[in-house]
Ligand binder design. Structure first.
Ligand code: FES
Length: 140
């Protein structure tokens, strides 16, 4: 039997985590290819609907990452993201989706190593949870 390889959609802030992903690449740090990166100008632009849609349309997990608190280029976008994702996680469970499938992190532009570690951890965690294929039918 083939090992389950999760698909994880990653919404990365352009100014911090996306730059860290770029740095990880140029530093030749490795992370699994399970991550599909969507570049956002700020985590504050990540509407919870994007996360739900990703999960309903084939993603097994969603990673949102941006600037550290206090470093957001749009003043408080990351605080808005933190509140929204906290609320979203509270409603995932009734729909049969584990809250561990959604993760919010702060990774600065110079944190290529942290980015690599975070992606490796997230892929391992979602792998352990397994696919959500059967649960999607419950949600729809
Ligand atoms: S600009 Fe990076 S989280 Fe807002």
């Amino acid at each position: 039997m083939e090992e389950f390889e999760p698909t994880i959609i990653a919404f990365f802030c352009n100014w911090c985590t996306y730059t860290a992903a770029d740095l990880a690449g140029t530093s030749r740090l490795s992370y699994p290819p399970n991550i599909k990166i969507v570049r956002m100008m700020c985590t504050g632009m990540v509407d919870p609907k994007y996360i739900i849609k990703a999960l309903l349309q084939g993603a097994d997990g969603v990673l949102v990452s941006g600037c550290h608190p206090g470093d957001c280029h749009y003043i408080n976008g990351n605080f808005k993201a933190r509140r929204r994702i906290k609320l979203l996680k509270a409603v995932l469970d009734p729909f049969g989706l584990e809250k561990e499938r959604v993760r919010l992190t702060w990774i600065g532009a110079s944190d290529g190593h942290k980015l690599s570690e975070t992606i490796n951890e997230m892929v391992a965690q979602v792998k352990a949870l397994g696919p959500i294929e059967t649960k999607k039918t419950m949600v729809i």
